[in-house]
Design a protein around this ligand. Structure first.
Ligand SMILES: O=P(O)(O)OC[C@H]1O[C@H](O[C@H]2O[C@H](CO)[C@@H](O)[C@H](O)[C@H]2O)[C@H](O)[C@@H](O)[C@@H]1O
Ligand SMILES: O=c1ccn([C@@H]2O[C@H](COP(=O)(O)OP(=O)(O)O)[C@@H](O)[C@H]2O)c(=O)[nH]1
Length: 469
C-alpha cells in the first residue's frame, strides 16, 4: 500500500515530540499494522525542488519524503490548503481567502507529489491519499497513466453545497476527486453534503448504495469514522510515564476538580468560546470559585497563517481576563499551556481530569474525545462534554453534548458534569468505551482497504450501525 499525505510524521521524531494532529497519529498505527510506504512532504524547505526522495525505515514503517520550495509552502500549504480550503471546509467563509497564486501553487505541488510518488507505485499496489491538501492528486496520477485502485479519505468536514459554491473553480476540484475509486468521509453528514453537491451542481446520478456514476465508472462514496489505536493507547495509559503525569497533575491542583482540553491552537477548536464558558461557570457558581481548574494544552499550529496568529492573541487576552477576575495569590483557574506533550503523558492528564472539555465549533472527528474516554478509570470515570459539531458526536451519543456557541449551555453542562452521580458516570462511560474500543483505527483501516480493493466486503453496518450505537 502506498499512503500519501501532506506531511509525513516519521515515527521516532513523532514519539519524542508528541505527534500532534490526529492524521499523523492514525496513519502511524495503520501503517505499522498493514505495512507499505508513507509518502509526503518532509516539513523541510529546499531552495530548489529536486524531487529527491528521502527513504527511511523507522519503527516498522517505511517513509519517503520530499522537500518543498518556500514558494510551494507559502502558496500550497499556508495558502490554498490552510487559508482557503481549511476555513471553507470548517464553515468559516469569513476567514476563507481566494487568491489565484494559492490555486496555482496547489496544482503545482500536487503535480510534484504525483511525479515524485509515481516511481514508488507498483502494479497491484493500493494508493491511499489523505486529506484536503491532495484532492486533485488522484486525477494527476491518472493523467500519468496510473491504473491502480486509488482512494481518498477526507479527515475534515465536507461543507454544505451553498458554502462550497463560493470557491472559484469548485466544480473542477470536485471533478478531479471523482478520479479516485473510493471517497471516504468521517460521517454520513459530510458524505451527504458531498452527494448533494454532485447531484445538484454536476447533475450526476447517485445509486442507492451511494456510489456515483461518473464517466462510465462507479465511484464508491462512504463514511468511515476514524478511531484511535485503542490497544496501544490503553497500554500507554497504564505505563509509568502516564502514572507520573497523572500524579504530577493531581498533586499540583491540591484536591480541586480538573477540566482538561487538548487541541492544536486552531480557531476551529472553539477555544475562545470554551474559556468564556468556563469564565461564566465561575461567575455563576461563586461557591466553586477556587475549586476547579481548567488545564488547556494548546500546541501552536500553522503559525505562518494570520488567522492562527490572531487566535493566539485572542486566547492570551481571554486567559488574562478570566484569570485576573478569578485568581487569588495561590491559585489561577486557567492553566493555558502552549506546548505539546507525548500521548503517554496526555493519557495520565486525561485520567486525572474530572471533565474532558471537547468543544470544537466544527471538527472532522476529534480523536482527543476518544482518547479521553479510553484513559478513564472505569470504576471512577470522568465525564466527557462534547460539541455536537465534532464528527465524534455521531458516535459518542452518551457524552454530554453541547452547542459550543452557547456560553450558558456549556457553563450549565460543566455544573451538571461536576454533580453527576457515580452510577451515571459509570453507565455513560461504559457505553462510550464500548464504542471507542469497537470503532478503533484498525477497523477504520480495514474497512477502507476492503472498499479500496473492491471486495465490496465492508463490515455490515459499519457507519450507520455505529452511529446509532
Ligand atoms: O499537519 P498540520 O497542518 O499541523 O495539522 C494537523 C492535522 O490536522 C487535521 O486533522 C484532522 O484529522 C483528524 C484525524 O482524522 C481528525 O480527528 C480531525 O478532526 C481533523 O481536524 C488535518 O485534517 C490533518 O491533515 C493535519 O495533519
Ligand atoms: O500535545 C499534544 C496535543 C495533541 N496530541 C495528539 O494529536 C491528536 C489530535 O487529533 P484530533 O483528531 O483531536 O485533532 P486534529 O489536531 O487532528 O485536528 C491526538 O491524537 C492527540 O493525542 C499530542 O500527541 N500531543
Amino acid at each position: 500500500m502506498i499512503v500519501v499525505s501532506n506531511r509525513v510524521s516519521v515515527p521516532k521524531a513523532a514519539g519524542a515530540a508528541g505527534a500532534q494532529g490526529g492524521l499523523a497519529v492514525a496513519l502511524n498505527s495503520a501503517l505499522r499494522e498493514h505495512g507499505g510506504i508513507w509518502f509526503g512532504w518532509s516539513g523541510q524547505e529546499t531552495e530548489e525542488f529536486t524531487g529527491h526522495l528521502d527513504m527511511q525505515r523507522n519503527d516498522g514503517i517505511t517513509t519517503a519524503t520530499i522537500d518543498l520550495e518556500p514558494q510551494d509552502i507559502e502558496e500550497y500549504y499556508n495558502g490554498y490548503a490552510n487559508r482557503t480550503l481549511w476555513p471553507l471546509f470548517h464553515y468559516r467563509i469569513d476567514l476563507t481567502e481566494y487568491d489565484r497564486n494559492f490555486g496555482e501553487g496547489y496544482e503545482r505541488v500536487n503535480a510534484r507529489f504525483a511525479d515524485s510518488v509515481l516511481p514508488l507505485i507498483e502494479e497491484e499496489d493500493l494508493v491511499w491519499v489523505h486529506d484536503y491538501h491532495l484532492l486533485p492528486l488522484g486525477s494527476q496520477l491518472r493523467e500519468k497513466g496510473v491504473k491502480n485502485r486509488m482512494g481518498l479519505f477526507l479527515h475534515t468536514p465536507w461543507p454544505p453545497t451553498r458554502l462550497l459554491v463560493s470557491l472559484p473553480f469548485h466544480e473542477r476540484l470536485v471533478a478531479s476527486m471523482l478520479e479516485y475509486d473510493v471517497l471516504g468521509f468521517q460521517n454520513t453528514e459530510w458524505l451527504e453534503s458531498f452527494l448533494h453537491y454532485v447531484q445538484k451542481e454536476m447533475g450526476l446520478k447517485v445509486n442507492l448504495d451511494n456510489s456515483i456514476e461518473y464517466q462510465g465508472r462507479r465511484v464508491i462514496a462512504r463514511a468511515f469514522p476514524i478511531g484511535i489505536d485503542f490497544r496501544e493507547f490503553t497500554e500507554a495509559a497504564q505505563g509509568a510515564e502516564a502514572r507520573e503525569a497523572h500524579d504530577r497533575l493531581k498533586s499540583s491542583v491540591r484536591g480541586r476538580k480538573i477540566l482538561i482540553g487538548v487541541d492544536r491552537l486552531d480557531y476551529s477548536k472553539g477555544l475562545g468560546e470554551r474559556f468564556e464558558a468556563f469564565g461564566r461557570f465561575l461567575a455563576d457558581n461563586p461557591q466553586d470559585a477556587g475549586k476547579a481548574v481548567l488545564l488547556q494544552i494548546a500546541p501552536p499550529s500553522r503559525g505562518d497563517v494570520a488567522s492562527y496568529q490572531q487566535i493566539r492573541e485572542d486566547l492570551e487576552r481571554k486567559t488574562g481576563h478570566i484569570n485576573g477576575a478569578h485568581a487569588d495569590v495561590a491559585f489561577v483557574p486557567i492553566r493555558y499551556v502552549n506546548q505539546g506533550y507525548p500521548r503517554a503523558q496526555l493519557a495520565g492528564f486525561y485520567r486525572a481530569a474530572d471533565i474532558g472539555l471537547v468543544t470544537p465549533l466544527r471538527d472532522g472527528m476529534n480523536l482527543v474525545a476518544k482518547e479521553y474516554i479510553a484513559a478513564q478509570d472505569p470504576e471512577n470515570p470522568g465525564v466527557l462534554i462534547l460539541s455536537q459539531f465534532a464528527g465524534a458526536a455521531h458516535q459518542l451519543k452518551d457524552a454530554l453534548q453541547v452547542n459550543p456557541h452557547s456560553t450558558e449551555h456549556v457553563a450549565e453542562t460543566i455544573r451538571k458534569a461536576l454533580d453527576m452521580p457515580l452510577a451515571e458516570r459509570r453507565d455513560r462511560h461504559a457505553k462510550l468505551l464500548a464504542s471507542v474500543r469497537e470503532n478503533d483505527v484498525q477497523r477504520w483501516r480495514e474497512d477502507f482497504v476492503k472498499a479500496l480493493v473492491g471486495k465490496n466486503a465492508v463490515r455490515t453496518g459499519t457507519t450507520e450501525h455505529n452511529e446509532a450505537a
